[in-house]
Design a protein around this ligand. Structure first.
Ligand SMILES: *Cc1c(COP(=O)(O)O)cnc(C)c1O
Length: 394
């Protein structure tokens, strides 16, 4: 058993657990008692693998970026999650959770979404399975993210506006939790990252771990070694990063690097660099590190990338940060946008602005020529074209 995985009580060191209203206890308890047994069933594994292959298009390629490798003086490999159906890694998790929900006998799915990416990934698998889907989204986010709202509606999901508070992600989360408390028997709540009460962080990590499982095989084929020298990924809640790190955690020689969004700068007051600015506390049902005022109010995060605009990190990341197993770095908006343009111009790949944060870290490192570096390209940049065009004045 790995030292870096969740223990029987649902904790990673001091972090994790299930800090939930008592009325949510039955829902979480059902999930906690059943999730391992279900995802270890042969029929579950078979259906999950089949859908990842035939519907999502896995395995995603591990691409040796030739020109990037020359530039940075090492072998730079990109794990191409951007080539997945729906354009990012998020679908790995929603496929896993919808199969679990079916086996739990659930007839209805709820989710919350900020930028809309997780809402789209959830609406997609609900359409695939013919299951009713309600997505909670802050009123302001609904206005800001019109294309994703349109995608969800086209897939048949109902998008319910959260109109309390700041009318953004945390208000949508509150509404989703309220819904779940009121509908404990027929509804499953699909959380989109390695956050939330136990067992969500562990469950989502297991579904996303396909990223590093494939990477090991692909590295062996391409380099003769299963492990890289470095694995780099961006962190919002942290699901693509945990997916990228998962099967390397016990290989201590692999240096794990997580890129957080510094926004306009760590000290600018417009940032989402949780590991630098955060303290220990409870967010979204688990004990973790989050950005909060001295009296415990959550600080509104900022990043140019909607997917990294989250005030916390998942509890496993809080743990890996605290014990030093993974290194957490801060990347500004400017650094990320430049890295996104550079990949586009040198490799012909437009990355999601989230993923560009991981790429920007390459600029700050020096490598040996023999180093094998894997960067998780968590998503494609089509959704960010407006963002890029405004930034660069195209
Ligand atoms: C949502 C998203 C992220 C951030 O989520 P994690 O859970 O931290 O992975 C990163 N990249 C892309 C492309 C996303 O859509």
């Amino acid at each position: 058993m790995s030292n870096y995985q969740v223990n029987e009580k649902g904790y990673y060191g001091d972090f994790g657990g299930a800090y939930i209203p008592e009325m949510m206890f039955p829902n979480i308890e059902e999930l906690r008692l059943r999730y391992m047994e279900i995802i270890n069933e042969d029929s579950f594994k078979k259906e999950f693998e089949q859908l990842l292959r035939d519907y999502v298009g896995r395995p995603s390629p591990l691409y040796l970026a030739k020109r990037f490798s020359e530039k940075y003086g090492a072998n730079i490999f990109l794990k191409r999650e951007d080539l997945n159906h729906t354009g990012a890694h998020k679908v790995n998790n929603t496929i896993g959770q919808i199969l679990l929900a079916k086996r739990l006998g659930k007839k209805r799915i709820i989710a919350e979404t900020g930028a809309g990416q997780h809402g789209v990934a959830t609406a997609t698998v609900c359409a695939l399975m013919g299951i009713k889907c309600v997505v909670y989204m802050g009123e302001i986010d609904i206005q800001r993210q019109a294309p994703n709202v349109a995608r969800m509606k086209m897939m048949g999901a109902e998008v319910r506006p959260a109109s309390s508070g700041s009318k953004t992600l945390k208000d949508a989360t509150n509404e989703a939790m309220r819904d779940w408390i009121n509908n404990p028997v027929d509804t499953h709540y699909i959380i989109g990252s390695v956050v939330g009460p136990h067992p969500y962080p562990d469950m989502v990590a297991r579904f996303q771990s396909v990223i590093s499982a494939e990477t090991r095989k692909q590295l062996l084929e391409k380099t003769g070694r299963e492990t890289p020298d470095y694995a780099i990924a961006c962190v919002g809640g942290g699901s693509n990063a945990i997916g990228m790190f998962y099967h390397f955690l016990d290989d201590e020689a692999v240096q794990l690097i997580a890129a957080e969004a510094a926004g306009k700068g760590v000290d600018s007051g417009h940032s989402a660099a949780t590991s630098v600015l955060g303290q220990e506390g409870v967010l979204h049902g688990s004990r973790t590190i989050l950005m909060q005022t001295t009296d415990g109010q959550v600080i509104e995060p900022y990043s140019i990338s909607a997917g990294l605009d989250y005030p916390g990190i998942g509890p496993q990341h809080a743990f890996l940060h605290k014990i030093g197993r993974a290194k957490y770095v801060s990347i500004t908006d400017d650094e990320a946008m430049q890295a996104g343009l550079l990949l586009t111009r040198m490799e012909g790949i437009i990355p999601a602005v989230e993923s560009a944060h991981a790429l920007a870290q390459l600029e700050k490192m020096s490598f040996k020529p023999s180093d094998n570096v894997v960067v998780c390209l968590s998503g494609r940049g089509d959704k960010d074209l407006d963002n890029y065009m405004k930034y660069f004045n195209f």
